[in-house]
Design a protein around this ligand. Structure first.
Ligand SMILES: [Zn+2]
Length: 402
């Protein structure tokens, strides 16, 4: 296991280093035809990893520094990123900073680290190259142009999921398969999100809406895309067919649970279990249900974070709504609820979201954890943040009335 850890860390370091190496070096040597086919394949792989780094830099409008200073800077960044990883289980983990320090690779870096922490690579005999290929594909398939539904949101949900998997109530009961599925579902749960919601896809007759018959359209797409990437990378190809099929199905059931229109269904079942005190975490089916709830919590936990992080997520999600509203206006479609920048303010959207979605869910989660230290911290932030938005809302209303 020790050797394995060292090996994994080396691969991780190499992957991080690749992000700062100029790819022209590979291209020129490849063009000279000096490399043998095996090496060429390796280069191709390196370049495909580079594709994301390059694209993300261009999209963010970052001009690469001179090679010398870039190298020094990135060494320093990597050190800071590694230091942050040592505190990955703390609730005030700053995923935005972590994403900058890893040069836009927060999701891949975080997942590799957590797979190491849990010894999942060894347990499932995963091929490191395939794992990197898979995680690279997932990260790349998130749209970095989306203000909210991008790879940083996926990394944030994964980090929250990790915190929930560590809950004393849960940690001892979880099998390696539970942990594997929980982290994978968190990382991939919004992959290839187009930045608009389901009603938008339905009213514009998007092909995904007809493909999935207008139900859980986005979530079905996130799941099927994940399965596609799993098969393309061959990550699970060494496992017996019934086992990999079961994993795909469970991933689907977890990802589909994030459909917010099914919120009540899950909340009522959860509440009933807690009232009857009949949850038996020895049962795989009950653990699966709790994983669904944990993923749902992780997905909407923004208002439970410390204000500085919470506020950034609020602004991002509203920006994404407003962009949809602008599109609807441009194409003479009815503007969706919450998407009208003139009518729906950030504070009012947040207060609605907290009151109808976040509070009811986290009150039950709080109860489930009997309440844990983390739950108490989260509820504390949630109430403070809501009060703060309420204060902003009253200021907004006052200014409008004047
Ligand atoms: Zn999400």
């Amino acid at each position: 296991t020790h050797m394995y850890n060292i090996y994994c860390k080396l691969i991780l370091l190499m992957w991080l280093m690749m992000c700062v190496v100029d790819k022209s070096a590979f291209v020129s040597s490849a063009q000279q035809g000096e490399v043998e086919s095996g090496t060429r394949r390796k280069i191709k792989r390196l370049l495909s990893f580079q594709r994301y780094c390059h694209a993300s830099r261009l999209l963010r409008g970052l001009v690469p520094h001179t090679p010398g200073s870039l190298h020094l800077l990135d060494d320093d960044y990597l050190g800071q990123a590694a230091h942050m990883l040592s505190k990955v289980g703390t609730w005030n983990f700053d995923i935005f900073l972590f994403d900058r320090l890893t040069n836009g690779n927060s999701l891949v870096t975080l997942m590799c680290h957590l797979f190491n922490v849990y010894g999942l690579i060894h347990h499932f005999q995963l091929d490191m190259v395939k794992l990197h290929r898979f995680l690279g594909m997932v990260q790349e398939d998130y749209h970095s142009q989306n203000p909210y539904h991008n790879a940083v949101h996926a990394a944030d949900v994964t980090q929250a999921m990790y915190c929930y998997l560590k809950e004393p109530k849960l940690a001892e009961q979880l099998s390696p398969l539970d942990v594997f599925l929980g982290l994978m579902a968190a990382a991939a749960h919004d992959v290839d999100h187009p930045g608009v919601n389901q009603p938008f896809l339905i009213k514009t007759r998007h092909h995904l809406a007809s493909l999935y018959q207008n139900t859980s359209v986005l979530e079905s797409h996130h799941w099927r895309s994940t399965v596609g990437m799993l098969r393309e990378s061959g990550l699970l190809s060494h496992l017996p067919a019934d086992m990999s099929q079961d994993m795909e199905q469970q991933l689907g059931s977890l990802i589909l649970a994030t459909d917010i229109s099914r919120q009540n269904e899950f909340l009522l079942t959860f509440r009933e279990h807690l009232d009857n005190q009949d949850l038996d975490l020895q049962l795989a089916s009950h653990r699966h249900f709790i994983l669904q709830i944990a993923l749902k919590c992780a997905d909407v936990c923004n208002p439970c974070r410390v204000w500085e992080l919470s506020r950034q997520w609020s602004e991002r999600v509203c920006e994404e709504f407003y962009r949809q509203g602008d599109l609807e206006r441009k194409f003479d479609l009815e503007i969706s609820p919450l998407c009208n920048q003139q009518a729906d303010s950030v504070p009012s959207i947040q207060i609605g979201f907290i009151s109808y979605i976040v509070e009811p869910l986290f009150e039950e989660w709080h109860r489930f954890t009997e309440p844990s230290l983390l739950s108490q911290t989260m509820m504390g932030h949630l109430h403070k943040n809501k009060a703060r938005w309420n204060k902003y809302l009253s200021v907004c209303t006052m200014l409008l009335e004047q």
